[in-house]
Design a protein around this ligand. Structure first.
Ligand SMILES: NC(=O)c1ccc[n+]([C@@H]2O[C@H](COP(=O)([O-])OP(=O)(O)OC[C@H]3O[C@@H](n4cnc5c(N)ncnc54)[C@H](O)[C@@H]3O)[C@@H](O)[C@H]2O)c1
Length: 258
């Protein structure tokens, strides 16, 4: 039995992780960590802080779906206890992830996935494969109104992969110099040379469309997550995989059989 702690257990994603772990035969929730620790749950103890939890309970893996301002401290604490981490909270830079992983003890692993859905991982791989053949590429991402960061971690990574895949091709599309003074931002945010547009609206969970253009043709790659359950197979795979991994691992594609 893998002993799992969930940081952010009362949140939208953390709650879905609790349900998914409870439904799996090879793992169990041993505790939660959440600012709302005074909420009642008979099923497992909930602590305010990671330090308090890990000094009280034996944990193999901590899953973190909290918020960008909290995740670094949570992960630093868990790794300093030698506890493997599966992290979905976005907003950590690559440099910060490396700094955190460098302080892990006892071979603990920091596994971070900006997106735990298999479909989004494939969308990014397809986008990277298409990039050398299309000079124009733009990303439109759609999320619910409670998302705290823009652009999404998935959009940031997709832009980086397109840029890596481009192989010297450069876009001829007009940029921010064509924006009207009264409509700055109309051409999106430029991330690694790729315009990214963030839509925030009720009705969405997480969707993204990558649009490639060249003379006379457009290729569009679209992925939609309509339910947080779509992330759970990836999170459970992360929980099952980290015991055999060490140091920093970024991206579900590293543990998925592609
Ligand atoms: N990687 C992915 O596939 C993926 C998918 C969806 C969401 N996310 C990210 O996951 C994170 C959480 O998303 P959500 O929609 O579940 O958010 P949410 O606001 O519903 O839940 C966050 C939970 O964390 C708790 N929390 C906040 N600060 C805390 C702290 N200091 N200590 C302990 N608990 C704390 C809150 O009380 C809340 O219960 C966000 O960063 C989001 O972008 C990642």
């Amino acid at each position: 039995m893998i002993k799992v702690a969930v940081a952010g257990c009362f949140g939208r994603m953390g709650g879905a992780v609790v349900n998914a772990v409870n439904a799996a035969d090879d793992m169990q929730i041993v505790c939660g960590i959440d600012l709302k620790a005074d909420r009642n749950t008979d099923a497992f103890p909930v602590y305010h802080e990671v330090e308090e939890a890990l000094s009280s309970i034996d944990v193999d893996v901590m899953v973190d779906f909290t918020q960008p301002t909290t995740v670094a401290d949570n992960v630093a604490c868990a790794l300093s206890h030698g506890v493997d981490c599966v992290v979905g909270t976005t907003g950590l830079s690559n440099a910060k992830l490396e700094e955190l992983a460098a302080k892990a003890i006892d071979g603990a692993c920091l596994f971070f996935a900006p997106n735990f859905t298999t479909g989004a991982v494939l969308m990014m791989q397809f986008a990277k494969a298409a990039a050398p053949y299309f000079p124009e590429a733009e990303i439109v991402e759609f999320h619910h109104c409670n998302k705290k960061d823009a652009p999404s971690g998935t959009a940031m990574l997709t832009a980086r992969l397109i840029s890596e895949g481009r192989g010297g091709i450069s876009s001829t599309a007009p940029g921010s110099e064509t924006e009207l003074d009264e409509a700055k931002g109309a051409r999106g945010a430029l991330v690694n040379g790729v315009p990214v547009h963030s839509v925030r609206s009720n009705g969405f969970v997480a969707s993204q469309e990558v649009i490639f253009g060249s003379l006379g043709q457009v290729l569009s790659i679209k992925h939609d997550s309509w339910d947080r359950e779509s992330y759970m197979p990836g999170v459970l795979l992360g929980i099952r995989s980290v015991g055999a991994l060490e140091g920093l691992v970024v991206g579900l594609e590293n543990i998925m059989e592609l």
